[in-house]
Design a protein around this ligand. Structure first.
Ligand code: ATP
Ligand code: FE
Length: 338
């Protein structure tokens, strides 16, 4: 099948075309309007999606070198995400499918992040086989998922408060970096010493995470240091970034290792926006040589939100003839385990 897919759950409008598992195009329009507000403003996101959706879809079709008539089915993100944002993608997908009388496929965004590992492209990366574990680390989620098939997902552990991406962004905001701070913290950390400052790890259930304590810990630490040296952040930016990043990645991997040991599963994948983090990628890879795991790290283009991942999840549902009615509504809250 040739599947057109739409992703609009947060602040990126994206459309992709897949032929089977093969990616033909993947176009994303980022929204810069939110920068001035230090975070995503839902109403502005929804309006920007309305402006972007048609040009983004047209570009995806053009780059895939296909005609509208060639499209077999339309897949879209049903949730989780911002309702006003989801509505734009869902309405577009429903209208397109209805007008062309082709099947409509609803996709769970968190399953999309994980299934991105199965996209066929020029990278030709090895694919995980089932069952495997996936550490999904994004702006809204941090969870360890056992993936038994493209249709079966079980949450082994998850964050009890902030997500890892949220921790990166909130701590970046405290030190004065613009939104989203995660990629910038990664950049500045490259010049810093990860052991310069130590922050305590949270005490939570064996396979769970918590990041709100780290955020408060960093805030109090900086307030104390700034009293002694008002330029403390400026003078130590790289070391602060490296130390915070090192703490977040250590918390993530310590828990992931425990889950791997407990389940006996040796195939470990990562997914979501924070899987773009260079320290996380490097230290997960090192676990192959140090502990004998097989690791799966997505290409950068499938880490943060994109429609290619919705297309591949849609492809698996297409194979099962798992189609949605044209009357379907998006849902702001949806678990990866359905
Ligand atoms: P969800 O998927 O949970 O609904 P989302 O779609 O908003 O949330 P993603 O687009 O998957 O989230 O990821 C965005 C997050 O990834 C942001 O918090 C961003 O700071 C973080 N991020 C992106 N690149 C990096 C990086 N190199 N290092 C650390 N964090 C990063
Ligand atoms: Fe996402």
């Amino acid at each position: 099948p040739i599947i057109l897919s739409i992703e609009s759950s947060c602040d990126d409008t994206s459309a992709a075309v897949l032929k089977g598992r093969q990616l033909l195009s993947n176009i994303t329009a980022n929204q810069s309007v939110h920068k001035a507000y230090g975070g995503v403003v839902p109403e502005l996101a929804s309006r920007a999606h309305q402006q972007n959706i048609i040009p983004v879809v047209e570009q995806a079709i053009k780059e895939a070198n296909i005609k509208k008539e060639d499209i077999t089915a339309v897949a879209f993100t049903r949730g989780p995400g911002l309702l006003g944002s989801l509505l734009v993608g869902a309405s577009f997908a429903k209208s397109f499918a209805m007008a062309r009388k082709i099947p409509l496929i609803e996709v769970n965004h968190m399953q999309g992040h994980i299934l991105a590992h199965f996209i066929e492209d020029q990278n030709n990366l090895p694919k995980p086989s089932f069952p495997f574990l996936c550490l999904t680390v994004s702006g809204g989620h941090t969870q360890i998922v056992k993936v038994d098939s493209p249709y079966e997902f079980e949450i082994i552990g998850q964050t009890i408060d902030d997500a890892a991406g949220e921790a990166f962004d909130k701590i970046s905001k405290i030190i004065g970096l613009p939104y989203p701070g995660g990629p910038l913290m990664d950049k500045f950390a490259k010049e810093g010493n990860p052991k310069a400052f130590a922050f305590t790890h949270p005490k939570v259930g064996a396979f769970d995470f918590s990041f709100s304590g780290l955020k408060t810990g960093v805030l109090y630490f900086l307030q104390k240091e700034i009293k002694k040296n008002p330029d403390f952040v400026k003078d130590n930016l790289a070391d602060i970034c490296a130390s915070v990043q090192h703490t977040i990645v250590s918390i993530l991997l310590k828990t992931y290792k425990k889950a791997a040991k407990n389940t006996g599963i040796k195939q470990l994948a990562i997914a979501g926006g924070v899987s773009a983090n260079s320290e996380l990628r490097k230290r997960l890879k090192e676990m192959e040589t140090n502990y004998g795991y097989e690791t799966y790290i997505p290409p950068m283009s499938y880490c943060t939100d994109n429609a290619a991942m919705i297309g591949i999840a849609g492809f698996f549902k297409f194979k099962n003839k798992d189609f949605a009615p044209y009357t379907i509504s998006p849902m702001a809250r949806m678990s990866v385990a359905n």
